[in-house]
Structures are given as C-alpha cells and as structure tokens.
Ligand binder design. Structure first.
Ligand code: PMV
Length: 360
C-alpha cells in the first residue's frame, strides 16, 4: 500500500449535516518512536499498549457550506469553551490531510473535545486527540462513501491520525499495536499502525499501567523538537537498529510470556529514549529527581518481591508503572506505600491495557 491508496475517488453519496463522536484512548510505547522522516514517517518501528482510561472524546458537527471555502472553516471547543490556541494545530493537520479528505473545505465543522485526564497533568493528549479527530473525519467520509470497508476505515483513520501526531496512529485499535516497517512483522507499515499479528501469551492480557504524575508542567521539549534532535544525532543509526532488534526480541517474549525479558527491553527502551535526549545537541534532561527516586524504588521492590513491576517513560518526567494482572494487588500496595509520595500533589492515574477507540 502507498499513500495514494488513501486518496478517494468521487464520492457516491452526499451529506449536508450531521454529528459524529469518538472516544479514543492514549497509548504507551514499549519500543519507542523517536526520530522521523518527512510526513511523519518513523525512523524506526515501535509498538505500544493501547490504554483504556486515559482518553479523548471528540464530537464533530458538520454543516455543508453553500460553496467550497478557500480556507478551512471550523470552531473548536475544549471542555466546553472556545480554545483559539488549539486552532493552528488543527489547521496544520487539515492542510496535511486535505489531499486524502477532499471534502474538508466543503463544510463548517464544530469540534468539541475533552480529555478524561486533567489538562495540566503532563499527560500528552496528542495521541488520543488526533486519533479521535481522525476517526470523526473518517466517519464523515463514510457518510460520503457508504460502501467503504471497515478494514479500510481503520487503516485510513490510523494513516490520518499519524499525520496529526505520529504515535496517534497506534491509538485506533488495541490492545497491542505495531507501527513502522519491520522485516519480521507481516503487514507492518510506516503509513499506519496494525494490530500485532502474532500470538501473545495470556500474561500480557489485562496489563496495568499506573501513571505517576511527577511533573504536571508543560512539556520542556515538544515532540516535534525532540524528533528533530535525532537528525545528525551521533547515536541515531545504532538507536534505530536497536529498535528493530528489540522488536524482534519482543516477538519471542510475547509468544512465550517471558516477563523477565519484557521488563529488560521495556526499561532499556525508556532509558534509551532519555539517553537520546541527553546526548543530542541541544541536550535535555527531562527526568526529575523524583523520576529517579521512583525508578530506584521500583528496582529495589522488584528485587525483594520477585514480581515483574517495571517502568517506562514518555518524553517527560512522569513514570508509567507497568505490571501484570496477577501482580496487581502487590504492585498497587507498593505504589501507594512507596511511590505516590514522589508524585506532584500525590497525583496518579490508574490505567490498563485497552481495546481501542469507540464510536459513541
Ligand atoms: O507522536 P509524537 O510525535 O508526540 O511522539 C511520541 C514519542 C514518544 O511518546 C516519546 C514515544 C512513542 O513511541 O510514543
């Protein structure tokens, strides 16, 4: 498949107005996407758990204009209030996808969006937000082309979401999503995310992710700047190779339920992501002292308890604590007793692996 497959031919139907709503989850990468080529093509493949509780709900009301506009016509409401500051991002997104959704200038849209997690939690809403928006737009395209197959709908939603924010392409479905061409993963593509196509041991079902809010501030480094840091990065080639190798290793780990190796790969990926930021020019340290306190506590607890509690990180200071269903009581007790003290205002979010976006 190429991007040309997502350019529609003439639509068979018409629609004058309507409203669509999708709730789309966030996701947490196990093998990280960090570095990209033109048009949000990833420099390396990645894989993520789709989350469940952390989600964005987006409604799009659409009304056909008397004649096609010369620019995009839309209003944006965030948590019920007009949000001008979000509009440029949406305009850029519309510009990127217009070729694939040629009806965009035919309508006025009212986009109403809200997150299940607090706005200033340091949790990025780009994956859930862009995937919810992409799905809504696809639902409108389906009105115009009712014969559209579900498989194409999902693929194109992921393809469009990717053009909004790379990792958003992994938020359409669940529970384990792979994105980026990888020689040993059939059907993998740089253009969209796919459901991980091989056997996954039951130990990875119902996995938990407790997100510790260490620093709820604005991100120090936007992901756009972050990905750019991988251009001319001294370790880029090795890092991209490593991501391929880690995915190969994970294939066996997922099939066999090898939690020890899972923990090793996931933590190494998180620390590598941060190592890339520390060794780029300009360089950044995105972990906070409390991030390290938590990491050390997790290592000590794992050693003493014999459990498989581990961590991963995004491009920020917050810590995602991952643990299997069978260890949830012990892990949660540990989190409450020993980790919550390191969170800003004691705040954390309990999430778990989820099954993708839903039409409401
Ligand atoms: O989707 P972006 O451009 O915001 O990049 C996300 C990058 C990481 O969250 C750090 C890693 C990942 O694969 O999700």
């Amino acid at each position: 498949m190429t991007d040309k497959n997502f350019v529609p031919s003439v639509y068979s139907n018409e629609t004058n107005e309507g409203k669509v709503t999708f709730k789309s989850p966030s996701n947490i990468a196990l093998v990280k996407y960090w570095g990209k080529k033109e048009s949000q093509i990833p420099a390396n493949p990645s894989i993520s758990f789709t989350l469940d509780a952390c989600a964005t709900t987006t409604s799009i009301s659409y009304k056909k204009l008397k004649e096609k506009g010369s620019s995009f016509s839309f209003d944006l409401l965030f948590e019920g209030k007009p949000m001008e500051s979000f509009k440029p991002k949406i305009t850029t997104f519309f510009e990127r996808i217009e070729n694939y959704l040629p009806f965009l200038k035919d309508y006025n849209f009212t986009i109403e969006t809200s997150n299940s997690f607090p706005h200033s939690s340091g949790i990025a809403s780009s994956a859930s937000g862009m995937s919810a928006l992409a799905l809504g737009l696809m639902a409108i395209e389906k009105e115009l082309n009712p014969e559209m197959e579900q498989e194409y709908f999902i693929k194109k939603a992921s393809f469009l979401a990717r053009l909004g924010s790379g990792s958003a392409c992994r938020s359409i479905e669940g529970d384990l999503i792979q994105w980026g061409k990888h020689g040993e993963i059939d059907g993998s593509s740089d253009l969209y995310g796919i459901k991980y196509p091989y056997e996954v041991h039951s130990v990875f079902k119902n996995y938990h992710d407790t997100i510790l809010l260490v620093d709820k501030g604005q991100k120090q480094v936007s992901s756009t700047v972050g990905h750019d840091l991988m251009h001319n990065h001294p370790f880029a080639i090795n890092r991209f190779d490593q991501a391929h190798r880690n995915l190969t290793k994970l294939k066996k780990v997922f099939a066999e339920g090898d939690l020890k190796s899972f923990v090793e790969i996931v933590e190494s990926e998180a620390l590598t992501l941060h190592a890339m930021m520390m060794t780029s020019l300009p360089y950044f340290v995105l972990m906070k002292p409390n991030t390290l306190e938590i990491i050390n506590k997790i290592w000590a607890f794992r050693e003493s308890s014999g459990t498989n509690v581990c961590f991963t990180l995004d491009a920020g200071a917050n810590v995602h604590v991952l643990y299997p269903e069978a260890e949830k009581e012990e892990a949660f007790q540990f989190i409450k007793n020993e980790l919550v003290a390191f969170c800003e205002n004691g705040q954390y979010l309990c999430d778990r692996i989820g099954f993708g976006a839903k039409k409401l």
